[in-house]
Design a protein around this ligand. Structure first.
Ligand code: SF4
Length: 328
């Protein structure tokens, strides 16, 4: 499932709900909000009542905020029990979540490994130290017979993240939430996340994903879906096939492909659209596409499942293709 996190102030219910609704439209399936103080915690119920997707409360350290979030009816808490304090406080949170059947996500980040564990690994954040940290938090919950647990193990680089999740998946059966933390800006962060999350999903590891980007959460959701679609794990919206262009291209294909990408971004039905540079290879190579266009000499050949259905002037390609897409 595709998850994201709001970057609004949770105390601002209107702005947060507005962002979540936009994310829902984009296909976000689970949303997390930061709960910084009691004012924010007390707004969670209002937010929850106005949205359709499960709401996760992200809490650091303060068990009172976790208890309030549970009272407000959130669907999941993200908190590391080892950071809550006394066993008594951990028990209170575990019991409250158990009573309401709310899972707890343990989120280990490479930057927040306990110093005791780090010391053991010569102050190096390694996949092993990350896993040890996660298991420490898991055991604290299991102590109170709490087992509705989700775990994430994020580092800002692909290698450690992938190795850590692989190692953890051999040790526990709990669901795993995947992501590369602080992955970067839209372009580099999407590539990094696609490699890391993609590698794990390809191996059958992972249950929910978040692409963390220094950008709008909308972009995170879009990227998340592209990863799932490209691995053929889920279907949603169009898949665009387009050729890299070469000396055979006789139309202005690159801007055309971008226009088609933009014009079709809100299609929810899973269809494959091909944008190919030439008629020699285009329809054949993209024969599996539901609909496509191949460039000719200043013209476009529209084809469906590899079969040519019409030829139009270059300037009319976008309109003609969109008309055919509508028919689908
Ligand atoms: Fe070149 Fe045609 Fe292949 Fe595009 S589809 S890369 S134009 S040969």
């Amino acid at each position: 499932m595709v998850q994201s996190m709001c970057n609004t102030d949770t105390r601002d219910v209107q702005a947060t709900v507005k962002q979540i609704k936009a994310l829902e439209k984009e296909g976000c399936e689970i949303i997390r909000v930061a709960v910084l103080d009691m004012t924010a915690a007390k707004k969670l119920g209002q937010i929850k009542r106005q949205i359709q997707i499960p709401l996760v409360a992200d809490i650091h350290f303060d068990y009172q905020l976790a208890l309030e979030a549970v009272r407000q009816g959130v669907d999941k808490i993200r908190i590391n029990p080892g950071n809550i304090g006394s066993l008594d406080r951990i028990k209170k949170v575990a019991d409250a979540c158990k009573e309401k059947k709310i899972p707890i996500r343990i989120g280990v980040n490479s930057g927040s490994i306990e110093s005791r564990i780090l010391k053991k690994y010569k102050n190096k954040v390694t996949p092993k130290s990350m896993v040890e940290s996660a298991l420490y938090h898991v055991k604290l919950l299991e102590k109170f017979d709490f087992r509705d647990i989700v775990i994430s193990l994020k580092a800002p680089d692909v290698n450690r993240t992938v190795s850590a999740y692989q190692l953890l998946s051999e040790k526990v059966n709990y669901p795993l939430h995947l992501g590369i933390t602080e992955a970067g800006t839209k372009w580099s962060g999407t590539i990094k996340s696609a490699i890391g999350i993609g590698t794990l999903l390809y191996q059958g590891i992972g249950d929910t994903i978040r692409v963390s980007l220094t950008d709008s959460p909308i972009e995170e959701v879009k990227a998340g879906w592209e990863i799932l679609k490209d691995l053929d794990l889920r279907k949603r919206g169009r898949i665009l096939i387009s050729c890299p262009t070469c000396g055979r291209t006789q139309i202005d294909l690159i801007p055309l492909a971008k226009k088609i990408e933009k014009a079709t971004e809100n299609i929810e039905k899973p269809i494959t659209i091909a944008v190919m540079g030439c008629a020699v290879n285009g329809p054949g190579e993209a024969r599996e596409a539901d609909i496509g266009v191949a460039g000719g000499k200043k013209l476009g050949i529209i084809f469906r499942k590899g079969k040519v259905i019409k030829t139009v002037k270059e300037k009319d390609i976008l309109l003609a293709l969109m008309a055919e897409i509508k028919k689908l």
